[in-house]
Design a protein around this ligand. Structure first.
Ligand code: ZN
Ligand code: ZN
Length: 134
């Protein structure tokens, strides 16, 4: 089944292409208005929902419950430092093979997967060690 993309969905996709980070529906609504492409907040939500089911858009829910939308990423993962927020891209995916296997074994259409590593970067480890020595 192929969904027909509405103009609202196209506008949202175009905007997301220009935004590198994930963005909340609320901020997206404001951005659209700034680009004189105003649409109701309900339409923004509805369009995002449709794009999500098409696999065009992915959602990442933050610890505070806020949902950030972005274009479905390439198979890319990060090491994120909890202290300074540094995000280091890693260029390998340990589950890429697994994804392909699951696709066929479960006849499941996988749009994307997420995998993130959290901890302290080398610089922040030095700082916290310095405090420990005192
Ligand atoms: Zn750090
Ligand atoms: Zn991956």
């Amino acid at each position: 089944m192929r969904a027909i993309r509405t103009r609202s969905q196209d506008r949202i996709l175009n905007l997301l292409k220009n935004i590198k980070q994930g963005i909340s529906a609320q901020d997206l609504y404001i951005e659209l208005r700034n680009h004189s492409q105003s649409m109701g907040l309900a339409t923004v939500y509805r369009s995002l929902e449709a794009l999500k089911l098409e696999g065009k858009v992915q959602v990442r829910t933050l610890a505070n419950g806020e949902a950030l939308y972005s274009l479905t990423q390439q198979d890319k993962h990060h090491l994120t430092c909890l202290q300074c927020g540094l995000s280091i891209p890693i260029h390998q995916c340990p589950v890429h093979q697994l994804e392909n296997e699951l696709k066929s074994s479960h006849k499941f259409k996988v749009f994307y997967h997420t995998l993130e590593f959290f901890g302290l970067c080398s610089q922040c480890q030095e700082i916290s060690q310095g405090i420990g020595d005192r």
